[in-house]
Design a binder for this molecule. Structure first.
Ligand code: FEO
Length: 396
């Protein structure tokens, strides 16, 4: 199936309604995803990206029903990750001599994945490829989010093919941003940014500024996952500029694990103190063992303050919290206030361990945290309320 995007640009990708995890089991995809591939039929014909490997046969069959594959002049590989390059082996078996345009790092990555010596044509930023009356302009985008990533811009139609950037894991039947549920769309877009692009935020800002300085008119952004931004495409660019700038809403999130509800009760009373101190702040609580990790990361991304709790077990912390700590260490959040809490029966190391973990993850630890012995009594719970009140002040 092909869908017309504008003039001679067609979507020839695959909507994956069933996908529930991505990057192995690293990223939850509650709303599926899509692998957007584009065919541009000008005097010269270019194919931009393909689809994930499980759909490679279907993709190539569909493409062959739309066009004689031998008429494709250029294959553009914006990104070597296999959700976009996965159908290249199947396609290139049929058109082995066609040039494959990608970055130098793209060549290394594609060779690393597929061990094929295709007719690679390395690109640099600013290089142009004529399709007749229109041109493709290449823009390298290293570490957004892999070293090989790049964008392609089509003159005349003013379309940016941005690959992963500005995307969302969001299967939908409409394809265009103005047709879908806006709440769902932006929820998936911010989750995507928080979980995938947070570590690269300084590069995101720089790349957007570089693109703006090129003064290229922008009518449409064709991403490689989720919707195509045709209605006011600059809105997602502006969101990215905000998200890349140490983004935080007026939200405090409490994330904990608990064995016999002691640490959970601490969380609830700290939350009570927060609300008593500031009725306007949004407070959310997540039991990490019962919640989706990527949804929690999204809430951390949106928060100005984070409180993390675990009881002490075997002189340490519960494993689900330990896993989350490792996840957020890698994401490198900046300028977020934090503190730890937890119950204990005898040795009581958890709060200190959580605090150290938060420090090494780059969070701004505002105090030494709070501990409660065994099942917290009324006095301990009052102390939790006071702790919550003081945390609000420290977040200001
Ligand atoms: Fe959608 Fe980095 O792959």
């Amino acid at each position: 199936m092909k869908i017309k995007i504008k003039n001679n640009i067609y979507w020839v990708g695959k909507t994956d309604w069933e996908l529930r995890t991505f990057h192995g089991y690293e990223y939850s995809t509650h709303r599926g995803s899509s692998y957007n591939s584009y065919l541009i039929k000008e005097d010269k014909i270019a194919l931009i990206d393909t689809v994930w490997k499980p759909f490679s046969k279907e993709f190539v069959e569909n493409l062959a029903s739309e066009i004689d594959l031998n008429k494709i002049d250029y294959v553009i590989a914006n990104h070597a990750e296999i959700d976009h390059s996965g159908a290249l082996p199947e396609l290139m078996e049929l058109i082995p001599d066609k040039p494959v345009y990608c970055t130098e790092n793209g060549i290394r990555s594609l060779k690393g994945h597929y061990h094929k010596d295709w007719n690679f044509k390395p690109i640099k930023t600013g290089m142009r490829l004529s399709l007749g009356s229109k041109e493709l302009v290449f823009i390298e985008a290293p570490m957004l989010h892999w070293p090989d990533s790049m964008f392609v811009y089509l003159t005349g139609d003013n379309v940016l093919f941005s690959n992963d950037a500005f995307g969302q894991h969001y299967a939908n039947e409409y394809l265009f941003n103005d047709k879908v549920d806006q709440c769902e769309l932006f929820q998936e877009a911010i989750k995507y940014y928080a979980n995938i692009l947070t570590p690269f935020s300084p590069l995101v800002k720089k790349k957007i500024e570089e693109f703006i300085s090129l003064n290229l008119p922008l009518d449409i952004i064709c991403t490689s996952h989720g919707v195509i931004w045709r209605d006011n495409p600059i809105q997602i660019v502006e969101k990215y500029m905000k998200w890349a700038d140490n983004y935080a809403e007026n939200q405090i999130t409490l994330i904990y694990d608990t064995m016999w509800d002691g640490t959970k009760r601490m969380a609830e009373h700290i939350a009570k103190g927060i609300k008593q101190a500031d009725r306007d702040v949004t407070v959310k609580l997540y039991n990490v063992s019962l919640s989706d990790k990527n949804d929690i990361v999204t809430e951390i991304f949106k928060s100005k303050g984070i409180l993390i709790g675990s009881p002490t077990i075997n002189r340490g912390i519960l494993s689900a919290i330990a896993g989350l700590q490792e996840e957020i260490r890698g994401l490198g959040f900046k300028k977020k206030k934090t503190a730890a809490f937890g119950t204990y029966g005898w040795s009581g190391e958890s709060v200190k361990m959580l605090t150290e973990g938060l420090k090494s993850a780059g969070f701004e630890v505002v105090n030494d945290g709070i501990k409660a012995l065994w099942n917290p009594d009324n006095k301990s719970l009052e102390e939790c309320i006071t702790f919550g009140k003081s945390f609000v002040e420290l977040c200001k």
